[in-house]
Ligand binder design. Structure first.
Ligand SMILES: NC(=O)C1=CN([C@@H]2O[C@H](COP(=O)(O)OP(=O)(O)OC[C@H]3O[C@@H](n4cnc5c(N)ncnc54)[C@H](OP(=O)(O)O)[C@@H]3O)[C@@H](O)[C@H]2O)[C@@H](O)CC1
Ligand SMILES: Nc1ncnc2c1ncn2[C@@H]1O[C@H](COP(=O)(O)OP(=O)(O)O)[C@@H](O)[C@H]1O
Length: 307
């Protein structure tokens, strides 16, 4: 494995470039529609948080396509969400779900979205799907981003069919190693499975399959509270839907979003998440739903000239 090259610091201008600002020519479909399959009977709150975060980051529409148990909570909180299936520009799967069955409906829906060239984001209970995607080496398939924390990445790496010599065998030791070496661990997963990897934690790092590494500035540690990762998944997926809407407008079908563009959306999403956390925390405890609501004014602030 080659040592990833150091990169310049991530800036507000970098984040601004990832936001699709609507124009007079736009309608809700042109801005990008995000499909969301998150939440479950056990964790319906994660569905609410991911939808809330995507809507406050800014998309033309969210299609909530997750479990019927969670859909009731999503709609009670956000009647803006549409539960009818239809065309989407990105798909988020896994936050608040127990281990997703690789042969089940959610995995099939994810695989067919990728096969149609649509980019996908895998979180929490769907992360392991990255190890079996039939589209990993198909150039026309949509690219995949995974968003594990160190514990989840430790599980992926230690349970891999072909072991990683650099990774300690026990999941606890692997987790500690990943916390100390997030870029190296992310690179191992990105190269093996052909996905862009965002390793979250106190230091968020994004790695593409060809080894480009982006490190975000440190975020407030008040983010270490339940549900903020579900919010992060919604933010990033919303930006990916916007990026795919722009790409398809510029280049049409046949050339999917690049991993560089996916990594840019991921880094911008993590940056917006960190800036919204500063706003929601104001130096004290923050709650995940308040973090999601802080995203809209944070986007407005980032778009201000001279921010
Ligand atoms: N509102 C919602 O709906 C929310 C829903 N959420 C959803 O929940 C799902 C699971 O996500 P997660 O990240 O919590 O689970 P996971 O990666 O398995 O980590 C478990 C690790 O933590 C450890 N551990 C546990 N308790 C511990 C303790 N007291 N003190 C210390 N360690 C402790 C535990 O260790 P062990 O018990 O094995 O020793 C294990 O290593 C996921 O789908 C997510 O989206 C969340 O986002 C929250 C809000
Ligand atoms: N100590 C910390 N400092 C800064 N950010 C943190 C810290 N701990 C966690 N975070 C951030 O908080 C979020 C937690 O995500 P995750 O672990 O998936 O939580 P959950 O599953 O409860 O939603 C991530 O964005 C992560 O980068």
């Amino acid at each position: 494995m080659s040592t990833p090259p150091p990169l310049p610091d991530w800036t507000i201008a970098d984040t601004r470039r990832a936001i699709r600002v609507p124009t007079a020519r736009d309608d809700k479909y042109r801005r990008g529609v995000l499909g969301i399959r998150t939440g479950s009977a056990l964790y319906p709150g994660a569905a609410v948080l991911s939808v809330e975060a995507a809507l406050h980051t800014g998309v033309g529409m969210v299609r909530y396509l997750g479990s019927s148990e969670a859909a009731g909570y999503v709609l009670a909180r956000r009647p803006e969400a549409v539960t009818a299936p239809g065309r989407i520009q990105a798909l988020l799967l896994g936050s608040g779900m127990a281990s997703v069955d690789p042969d089940g409906e959610d995995a099939r829906a994810f695989a067919s979205a990728l096969a149609a060239g649509i980019p996908g984001v895998l979180d929490a209970g769907a992360l392991h799907l990255v190890t079996t995607l039939p589209t990993a080496n198909v150039p026309s398939a949509g690219p995949v981003l995974i968003t594990p924390h160190a514990g989840e990445l430790a599980r992926l790496l230690t349970e891999a069919h072909e072991p990683f010599p650099a990774i300690p065998e026990s999941p606890d030791a692997a987790r500690a190693w990943i916390e100390d070496h997030p870029a190296q661990a992310g690179t191992l997963a990105a190269e093996r499975w052909g996905a862009t990897v965002l390793v979250k934690g106190a230091h968020t790092v994004i790695v593409t399959p060809h080894g480009a590494v982006t490190r975000l500035p440190p975020a407030t540690a008040w983010l270490a509270t339940a549900g903020t990762g579900d919010v992060l998944a919604g933010v990033i997926a919303a930006l990916v839907a916007g990026a795919e809407a722009t790409r398809s407008e510029d280049s049409g079908r046949g050339t999917p979003l690049t991993h560089d563009a996916l990594a840019h959306a991921a880094a911008a999403g993590a940056h917006l998440h960190a800036l919204a956390a500063e706003r929601a925390s104001a130096g004290g405890p923050l709650l995940a739903l308040d973090l999601a609501r802080a995203l809209a004014p944070t986007v407005a602030r980032v778009l201000e000239p001279g921010a």
